[in-house]
Structure formats: C-alpha cells, structure tokens
Design a protein around this ligand. Structure first.
Ligand code: GLY
Length: 371
C-alpha cells in the first residue's frame, strides 16, 4: 500500500507528514536526508520501547545511522519539569549538536516533551516526530505545539517548535488497546465535527471497520485529519484565530478531565468526544444548529462503542457550577471570558465568547441529573 504525504506549508519551517503502514521499517531512509552526520538521539517511553524500539534502531542501522535512546516512564506524569530536565541533560550528554536531529518516538506525552526539549536545547535543534498513538498521529505530532504540564495545569509551559518531519506508521496502531485507539478516534471525529460534514459522513460509514483494524481506512482517516490540521496551522500557526477551532470539545473536555483527576476514568480523547457532543448540544439550544445534529453525533459515538455523555463517566462528578469553574481555568480564557467553539452544523464550527453560561449550566445540570 502506498504512503500518503501531507505537506504543512509554513515557509522556511514547512515539513511533510508521511502516513502509511511499514514506515517504521523504512525510518532510516526517511530520516537520513535530514542528517548532518549519521546519528540520532531517540526519546521514547518504556511501553513503546518494549514493542518497537528494536525495530526502529534496526531500521536506522540499516541506513548506517547510529542511535541512542532515552527510555522514560510511560504516562502523563512524565510531562513535567523533572523529566524535561532529565531529557535535556541526557541530550547534552549525547553531545547533540545544533545540526543534529532528535527523534520523538511515542504518543503525545513523548512528542510534547521531546519537542520542547529540542526547542530549548542550544536554542533549538531539529526533531522528527514518530507518533505511535492515534491521538498523536492525528493531532499532537503536527503543528508544532510542544511543552510540559505545571502543577498549575496541563500544557502551561511550552513553545511552538515545528518538527522537521512527521512519520506516522499506521501499523503501530495495531498494538494500541481498543480503548486507547477509540480515545484517539475522539480527535478524528472532532475534525469531522469542526470542519467537514463530508468527513463525518465518511466516518459514519467507515468508522467501525477502521476501528476493527482496516489499515487502508486507518491511513485515510489519519490523512484526512492531518490535512485538515495542516490547512488550519498553515493559516494560523500560533493560534491568533482559526487554530482555536482545533479545540472543539476541549473546553468541556478539559473540565471533565480535571474533574476526574486526569485519571483513567476519562482519557483525553474520550473527554474531547463528550465535549464535542456538549458543544453541539449547546449550539442547538442556542438555535445555531438543528436539534437533530447533536443526536446524530452522539449516535455515531455509540455506534463506535465510545462514551457519549456524562452518564458514561464512572464515579462522582462535581455539580454544574463546579464544572463551569473548571472551564474558567482553560487556556482559552481571554480577559476573563471563556472562549467556546460552537457550530452552525456538523462541520461548521466557529470561535465565540458569546455563550450564555446559564444555558451551559442548565445543560450540564440536566446531563448530571440523568446519571
Ligand atoms: N491540539 C490543538 C492544536 O494543535 O492546536
């Protein structure tokens, strides 16, 4: 099966996202043209390393590229100051030079952390994203957002630093748990919701088969998602406007993640999917979109076996006021007003701060009562 390429057009910082099966085994050939000397430093985590690091290092070696790997603990807790410090010092120990390349090999945590380390090391070295989760392939590896969490909140410390190349091997998605795959699918369906009814309809037809493992459909879903993200990032790299559309479902989703302690009660992509449904519900109740649209969106989540509303989140949740307070902690708060992504239809999202919080309160209260 052929490889798909999406070009992210950012002038001197432009790069390709290459998508398809078998890319891990061809990594050396893809990375070699970027190198000043035949060696790279790989930052990864233990679970990914156990499954795929030998294959990656073997593929690099086949092209004469030496590599060393830093293997960090898996999980969100790794995206902190301590592991950033460890990563930067390790890269300096490796004598990484300005013209060398760091490889971020893992999911969103590793991509964000290693990307940020590359951004600040010697005031910026190049890095290659090799995303191994669906969420990282369709979202976090593309667009140059890098960073770590602070005790004050997620992703509060970071930099824009674009990768030099993204290699998304569709085969590695085969080693994800079904739950992790579907959480990543929450970000895929978000793209349909924010910018393309046509893509949403394609997902309604093909979602179950791609979740079951169809590699051609997975490749196409990642390609279309990345193409939509690339188009948005090309017009608004640093999120002065349109890029905020990529946060459809995130204002609600982040509040739900915070309310569940960023635990496995609710994975990020699960929160995004429920958040998209809540954003559509709010849009419909504001008279912006048809009443049928939120139900149609939720029916697709059900058909995929995903969480679709607050009733599907196990354990206690705060009340509506508590959830709204948590939304106020969102990075998108501007002069004290919460920015929401609302929609006129599935595939027609827009950014606004003109959302009546009393209405949001009512919707959350009704959903919480239904639990
Ligand atoms: N994940 C949202 C963005 O990259 O802007």
């Amino acid at each position: 099966m052929s490889m798909e390429t999406v070009h992210v057009e950012l002038g001197a910082r432009s790069y390709d996202v290459r998508i398809g099966p078998g890319l891990l085994s061809q990594a050396g050939a893809h990375v070699a043209p970027l190198l000043n000397r035949p060696r790279v430093s790989i930052v990864t985590e233990a679970r990914v390393a156990g499954l795929h690091l030998d294959a990656l290092q073997g593929a690099l070696k086949a092209e004469g590229i030496e590599s060393e790997a830093l293997i960090l603990p898996p999980g969100e807790a790794t995206k902190d100051w301590a592991h950033l410090n460890q990563t930067v010092e390790w890269l300096l120990d490796q004598k990484v030079e300005r013209k060398d390349v760091v490889v971020a090999f893992g999911g969103g945590v590793i991509g964000d952390l290693a990307g940020f380390a590359a951004a600040i090391l010697r005031r910026g070295v190049r890095f290659v994203q090799m995303p191994t989760s669906l969420l990282a392939q369709v979202d976090s590896s593309v667009g140059g957002k890098t960073g770590i969490n602070s005790p004050h909140g997620k992703n509060l410390v970071g930099a824009f630093h674009q990768p030099a190349l993204v290699l998304a091997d569709i085969d590695v998605l085969g080693t994800l748990t079904p739950r992790d795959f579907l959480a990543g699918y929450g970000e895929v369906v978000k793209y349909g919701g924010l910018g393309s009814l046509d893509f949403f309809e394609w997902l309604e037809v093909n979602g179950p088969a791609l979740a079951a493992g169809d590699v051609a459909l997975r490749t196409e879903a990642v390609r279309r998602s990345v193409q939509m993200k690339a188009d948005i990032v090309a017009r608004d790299e640093t999120e002065q406007g349109d890029r905020a559309l990529l946060n459809l479902g995130h204002t609600f989703g982040h509040a739900l993640e915070a309310a569940t302690g960023y635990s496995d009660r609710l994975l990020h992509g699960e929160g995004v999917a429920i958040g998209c449904a809540l954003a559509f519900e709010t849009s419909a109740r504001m008279g912006l979109m048809s009443q049928e649209a939120p139900s149609r969106f939720r029916e697709h989540l059900s058909a995929m076996g995903m969480k679709r509303d607050l009733a599907d989140i196990p354990g206690d949740l705060p009340g509506a006021n508590g959830l709204i307070d948590l939304m106020g902690q969102d990075k998108k708060v501007d002069a004290g007003r919460i920015k929401f992504i609302m929609a006129r239809a599935i595939g027609e999202a827009f950014v606004t701060d003109a959302v009546d919080l009393a209405l949001v309160h009512d919707i959350l209260e009704e959903e919480l009562a239904g639990r």
